[in-house]
Write a protein that binds this ligand. Sequence first.
Ligand SMILES: [Zn+2]
Length: 172
Amino acid sequence: MTTLEAIIQRLRSNDASDDDWLYVAGDFADLSLSTDADLGSPSYDEDTDEESHPPEFTKRGLCITIDRQTADQCIAWADRLAEAQDNAAAADIIRYYIRFDAWPETLGAPDPPPTEEVFLRMDREFCDMLGDERKDVACKRDGCDRGAVPMSVLCRRHHFENVKGRPYPFED
Ligand SMILES: [Zn+2]
């Protein structure tokens, strides 16, 4: 087996071909410097449009992840965050990138929240920016007994629905 650490070293010394991909074994969440990994390229069958991987990689349980250029970018990003050539940081960034298709802002970043939570948090921030509903200015929507938020003739809920074109997601 070849460790991810050895592969990172090969990439650092440019000992890889431009069409190489990073293959790794096991659960991506467990990826570490000692994980079995390798560089190689899939082959394409033009007739069936099927991708096949080096047979010895398949035997080792290696799965294709990111291309060599992306792996290089992960290493460069890790070195920048670590402010040094740091293979452990590189493994950390590669693991995050493979799992979430993004570069984290910090080393050891927690998993990003699921998408729905992200949207809810953005909605909450939007609503918070609207400010408190006024007591002396009623919402213009028929039958609504709430106050309008500053900068709008509507209450928080009705302003949200008016601007976003979808139901207000909160209870308040
Ligand atoms: Zn209203």
